[in-house]
Every structure is written in C-alpha cells, then in structure tokens.
Design a protein around this ligand. Structure first.
Ligand code: ADP
Length: 630
C-alpha cells in the first residue's frame, strides 16, 4: 500500500515537472518571475518584522533618536524597493502567464488539427477533449491553477526558510533563567505543538482538496449541459426550429437545471468551513506562541522588542507551511487534468508515414488498386468493408452506388488514408500507399464529402483552402460550377466573408450555394482524383443528377469517383461499382448491370425508378422535366 502511494506520488511529481517544463518552453521568463515575485511577497513582512522589533527595542531601551531615525528610513527604503520590484515583476509575470495560457490553448488546437483522423472519431479521445474544454470553461486554462499553486509553494518554502532564521533564537536555551519557559523542555513542547498543528493543517488541506475535486467533477457534468444549452440558444441556424416549435422553454429549463446555484453555494460553504478550521487552528497556535514567547521575555530570555520578531516569525512559519502544503495538495488534486492535457499533447500522429515521394508525373499516370481490403472501424466488431478488390486508373470515371451503410464512404476514407485497412492493402502504382509521403499522397485527391464544411473565412479563402488565394483560379472555379453570377453580385467579391461570425457584412449562404462553393474548392485544388461523396444528398434526385452529370463535363481527363445511394445520379458513368454490406457485388456499365440476372443493381434501380416515376408525375403537373426516368 505504501509503495503504491509512493509510486502514485512519484508519478504525480513526474507529471507536474513535465508540465513545468512545457510552460517553461512557452515562456522562459515565467518561472523566474514566479520565483522572484514569491520571494518579494515574502520579503515584505520579514523586513517589517525585523525593523519593528529593532524600533520597539530602541523605544523601550536606548531611545537613540539617530538610530531610530535610520531604522525608520531603512524600513521605508526597503518597503519602497520591494513595492517597485513587485510591481515591475508582477507585470512581467502576468504577461508571461497570459503567454502561457494562449500557447497552452494553441497547443491543444494544434494537436487536434494534426492528430490522426481516426483519433477524432475515437470516443476516448473525444472524452479527453471534452474534459479539457470543460475544465477550461470552468476555470480558464489549466495553467492558471498550476502557476498559482507553484507560486504558493515557492512562497511557502521561502517563508519557512526566512521564519526559521528569524525564530530560531526564541527557542534556544537561556542559561540564566529559572522559569520553566526558559527551559529546553518548554521549547521542545512548543515545537511539538507546532508540529502537531502542521500535521493538522496538512490533513485539512488534503481533505479540502479531495472534497473540492469531487465538487469539480460534479460541476463539470453540469457545465457540459450548460455549455450545450447556452450554445444552442445562441445559434442562428437553430433559431427557426426554436421559434416554430416553441422550444425556448425546453432550452431554458435545461439551462436552469444545468446552472446549479445550490451546488455553487455548497461549494462556497465547504471552502468556508475548511478555511475557518484552518484559521481557528492558526489562532489557537498564535495564542500559544504569544504565551510561550511572552513568558520567555518576562523570564528575561530576551527584550520585549524581540517578541514582535519571534511571534511574527512563528506565525509566518505556520502560514508559510500552510501555503506550501495547500499549494502541493491542490497541485496533486490537479493530477487528472494535467494527465489529460499531457495525454492530448502525446496524441501526435502515430499512423505510419512513409517517405517515398509521390511522383509528380507529367503524364499523370496513376493507378490505384484495392487488393483484398477489409476494414473495421476502431472499436467496432462489424466489417465496414470486406474483401474489396478494385482498380482505378487515371482518367477513369467510377460510380460507386449502393444502399446507405453499404461502405461507400468508408471506401473513400480508406482511399484517402483517413484510416488504414485492417486487412489487405491499397496500392498506388504498385506500391503500398502507406509507404508514400502522407502529405504528398493527400495532394492527389479533391474530395467533397456529404458533410462538407465551410468556415467563416472569406469566400476566396474557402475556395482556395488557404490564406493566400490565386484569385483568377478561384473565380474561374466558382464560375465553372455556376456561382459566377452570384459572385458578381457580391460587392466584396472573393473577399466577402461567409457567415456573420466575424463580420456584419458576412453573407449567410444557402445550402445549394454552400455546395457550389465546396465543389469549387475541389476544382481549385486541381488534384488528379476528384471524388464526390454525395455532397448533394440533401438535394432532390433531379438536382443531384444535374450536378453530377454537369460536374462530369468539368472533370475532363482526371479520375473521378461519384458516390450515391441514388442509382439514377450515376447512370451516365460507364463504370459503376455496386456495394452491398461492405462488399463489391457488381461492376459494369448501366445497361450491363440492369441486364444481369438476379442483379442487385436492377432491383435497386427498379425500386427507385418506381418511386421517381410516381414522384415525377406529380412534378410534371408542376411543369418540371423528368430528366432521368427511363
Ligand atoms: P455508406 O457511405 O455506404 O452509407 P459507410 O461507409 O458510411 O456507408 O458505412 C459503412 C458501415 O460502417 C456502416 O455500417 C456504418 O454504420 C459503419 N460506420 C461508418 N462510420 C463509422 C464510424 N466512424 N465508426 C463505426 N462504424 C462506422
């Protein structure tokens, strides 16, 4: 049990030291400032104790005006110096702390941007993120608590050191006295009393930290709901439903429940209780110290003036010890958060990344081959893809169709190395794609996913997916995809901000416009492989067909992969792969697949065509062209 505790303690110290080093990397001046500030905070009271004792002794004793004057002057000079240094170092310290805070937040964002995609979908990884963000919402960045408590510890240690120097003479034996209080035994008893009080302080601090951490845990759950409800309330895109379905009561109720004022009150009471206990203990001890030192002074061990220094020093000692023990207990209480933060930083990409450059071939001769590929998502026991073998040469246009959940998107995710196959291999020009330089490999693909995202940047930056834009290329990509007229209407053109998060002149674009911008982004990238993974799923089948077949004209000599669960959208393609339950079950042209005996494609086609036929009869009456029903 003891070794377990020791190991735990060692582990906590190891984490803390690692964090301290990381913060040092963020702002090298930080720990110097923290130490200097702590020392200055300690110096003030001790300077005053020192001179007060001398001034008092002088007043009671020699009353030498010149000496008195110089004591007063020195007190003033020292206090002024400490004050000025404290102000200066305090400022540098607070700037350093802000720097650390921003860098800490950035380090988390940076890790999330660079980590393997598969980590982002992992529940454990998501929990880490949530834990960090909840802690941040509650208390700001992790660094605030850590720096504050390290400073408390440094201050505590310095205070202890100074008070030992100041108080030791009060406990030394005084030969001449006959009183019990001047005896060594009295000093020993007083020291034992002090030690007992210190042990009590440590226990109280530890108990307080444990209980507060328990509160934190419960708070974080409330905080999670609070963040959710308050976030939803303010979202423009949720405003319609909230108003139309009168959901504001539902949200407000949730908000009220999650903001547990009673719990906050209890936390305040708990802290108050422990602080009161510690203060009471401190007072009791001070009373004993006053008594002991007063009695020694009366017995003639030292002059009355020195009572101030000794009593003050012993009181400072207990205060310093309390600071040090409190800081340490809180730092140990922070262990789960520190561990979580370091865990996030450690989740750097682990995916194997090869070094073979992807040849920038002039002839763009690329061939992709899936060789008996099977795949299970991490943590899942079901196969999302099973024994998939398929080749795709540059310039070929492939449609992948199949019911929802048949593995079409998974096929694309594997193709783009967002995940690696569980079994089998994917080859580019005969070499396993894992062996290629990952970034260069990704350059081969322009993908528009069903759940594509645009950001609150300018239109041009969204199209270029970069800060610096090739304006001509961006405008031409938008023009090709049918966004040209809309672009002309925009007063700020490519510089028009999307959405209104940062700019009141931002435009709220429609779903259809967003799709066009996402498609333009794929064209702008000008990669040899273009993939459309149902970005048009929200559109009706006619619009989807028009976009797919229109896009086909833009693709030219590049390779293209079109994904859809609506067979009609892809029938223009000569090469259609039919997926079912993660397997490739048919491949061929539209007519060929329709003709196949017991053909899944034919069954799906007929089922869907029937629906479209009924559907389009209705649309006919509205004057719409049935574009694709055979
Ligand atoms: P499709 O694109 O054909 O609709 P998907 O490739 O998205 O199908 O999904 C194939 C299978 O993999 C489905 O059973 C789906 O539930 C499962 N799946 C998809 N994404 C994940 C994921 N992130 N984790 C676990 N299972 C997933």
């Amino acid at each position: 049990m003891k070794t377990e505790k020791r190991e735990r303690y060692k582990y906590q110290m190891h984490l803390l030291l690692r964090l301290i080093k990381i913060y040092h990397g963020f702002a090298p001046e930080l720990w110097w400032c923290v130490t200097a500030q702590a020392m200055l905070q300690v110096a003030g009271p001790f300077v005053n104790l020192y001179f007060s004792a001398r001034i008092l002794s002088e007043l009671i004793g020699g009353r030498d005006a010149q000496r008195l004057g110089s004591y007063v002057l020195l007190t003033l000079i020292c206090n002024l110096t400490i004050f000025l240094f404290s102000q200066g170092i305090g400022k540098i310290n607070s700037v350093a702390q802000s720097k650390v805070m921003w860098k800490e937040l950035r380090s988390v964002g940076d890790t999330f941007l660079k980590t393997d995609f598969e980590n982002l979908g992992d529940a454990g990884y998501q929990n880490k993120k949530r834990y960090y963000l909840e802690r941040r919402t509650m208390d700001g960045a992790l660094c605030w608590g850590t720096i504050y408590n390290v400073q408390r510890m440094v201050k505590g240690i310095c205070t202890i050191a100074a008070s030992v120097v100041f108080a030791v003479p009060a406990f030394l034996g005084y030969g001449g006295g006959t009183s019990f209080f001047t005896s060594g035994l009295a000093s020993l008893l007083m020291l034992l009393l002090l030690a007992g009080a210190l042990v009590c302080t440590v226990c109280l601090n530890r108990r307080q930290t444990e209980r507060e951490m328990q509160f934190y845990k419960e708070f974080m759950e409330g905080n999670r709901s609070f963040a959710y409800y308050s976030g939803e309330c303010t979202q423009y895109k949720h405003g319609k439903e909230i108003r139309l379905y009168g959901e504001e009561k539902l949200l407000l109720e949730g908000l009220k429940k999650s903001l547990d004022i009673d719990r906050l009150g209890k936390k305040g009471l708990l802290t108050g209780f422990y602080e009161m206990m510690k203060a009471g203990l401190g007072m009791l001890l001070s009373g004993c110290v006053y008594f002991f030192i007063g009695a020694r002074a009366i017995a003639g061990a030292f002059g009355a003036g020195m009572i101030v220094q000794y009593v003050g020093a012993v009181t400072q000692f207990t205060g310093g010890f309390s600071e040090m023990a409190g800081g340490l207990a809180e730092l140990r209480g922070e262990t789960p958060f520190i561990e979580n933060y370091l865990g996030i930083l450690d989740s750097r990409p682990v995916k194997y990344q090869g070094s073979i450059p992807v040849e920038k071939r002039d002839d763009n001769e690329f061939e992709i081959e899936f060789r008996d590929v099977s795949f299970r998502y991490p943590g899942s026991s079901d196969w999302a893809l099973r024994h998939l073998s398929l080749k795709l040469r540059i310039g070929e246009h492939l449609a992948v169709v199949g019911r929802n959940g048949s593995g079409k998107t998974t096929f694309i995710k594997l193709l783009c190395r967002l995940y690696d196959p569980t079994e089998g291999e994917i080859l580019l020009n005969g070499i396993d794609i894992r062996k290629y330089n990952y970034e260069e490999y990704l350059e081969l693909f322009s993908v528009v996913f069903q759940d594509f995202r645009l950001f609150s940047f300018s239109l041009g930056q969204n199209v270029a997916a970069a800060v610096d834009i090739d304006r001509e290329r961006a405008a031409s990509s938008l023009g090709q995809i049918g966004f040209g007229d809309r672009l002309k209407e925009m007063a700020r053109g490519l510089d028009t901000p999307l959405y209104r998060d940062f700019d009141k002149d931002g435009v709220e674009i429609s779903g259809g416009e967003a799709q066009k911008i996402a498609l333009a982004r794929a064209l702008y990238k000008d990669a040899p492989f273009i993939i459309l993974d149902e970005p048009t799923a929200a559109l009706d089948p006619i619009a989807e067909y028009e976009i797919y077949s229109g896009f086909e004209k833009l693709v030219g000599g590049k390779s293209a992969v079109y994904i859809s669960h609506r067979l009609s959208s892809c029938r223009f393609c000569d090469d259609i792969a039919v997926f079912e339950e993660g397997r490739l079950v048919q491949r061929g042209g539209h007519e060929e697949l329709l003709a196949g005996e017991d053909s899944l494609y034919a069954r799906l086609w007929n089922a869907q065509a029937q629906y479209y036929a009924e559907h389009t009869e209705e649309e006919d009456t509205l004057g719409m062209e049935p574009v694709y029903v055979s």
